[in-house]
Structures are given as structure tokens and as C-alpha cells.
Design a protein. Sequence first.
Length: 162
Amino acid sequence: MDGIEEQASPEEASETGALKKTCDDYLAGWKRAQADLANYRADEHKRFAEFAKFAHEAILKDLVAVMDSMALALASVPETDAAHKGLVMIRGQFEKLLGKYGFETIEVIAGDPFDPSRHEAVAATKPPEGQEGLSDTVAEEVGKGYALRGKTLRPARVRIFE
């Protein structure tokens, strides 16, 4: 080793090459495992976020009945009655609270195209004369529909044009 380099024998060179290939294979496998773990963590994070986004779905579905009862109560009390104003205020607070969790009313406008993912057709009627091109469009809303972050909890009940 005093300035003289030792030459590796062909056997040693072959063994060194094999060991280097084995090391490279292990390193590549380790890198793939690291990438797989990173992908798994990202996928789990997405799944958890999706779960959390709709975690309140069951209770909000139950609260739809409360919204219906509130609408019936409002319809039964004359607008001139002081109780009507109180019920309107309570309904507003309730809707604001539910809105914080992504609860929303499905807006229905007469003339909108019928969308089976957001509407439930409960009746069909003939379009007015001269407006026969309105088939499969909403004539009127019969019952409110509700959604959670765009996902329909209960479709709006509508009457459609035939």
C-alpha cells in the first residue's frame, strides 16, 4: 500500500459487483417503501377528512324532521301574532347553527330542469298551453329538500311538468 495499488482479483470484483447490486436493490426497495408509506398517509388523511366532513350526517338527517315541524308551526300561527315573530327568529337561529356544519336548503325554482339527485317528483302536471317544451322541468316545490355540503340528505319534493 505504499503507493502501490492492489488489483482486485476477478473473483473479488465479481463479488463486489454482486454486493453493490444487492445494496442498490435494498436501497431501491427502501425508497419504494418510503414512497408507499407517504402515499398511504396522504390517502388516510383524505379518507379521514372525508369522514369528518360528513360525520354529522346522521344527526342532521334527524333534524330535518325538526325543520319540518318548525315550518308547520309557522304555517299554523298568523303572521300578526307575536309568536310568529318568535318562531321566525328561532328558525333563523336554528338554520344558522346548522349552516355552520354544512347543512343547507336545496333551492328549487320553477322552470329548473328536474334533477333526480336533488328532486323527488311527487306529482306531474301538464304544462300551460303554448309551453309544451317544459317537460321534465320543475313546476313547483311541494316540500323542502336539504343537503349536507352538497350531498342530498332529503331531496326536495316537487311537482313536474309532463
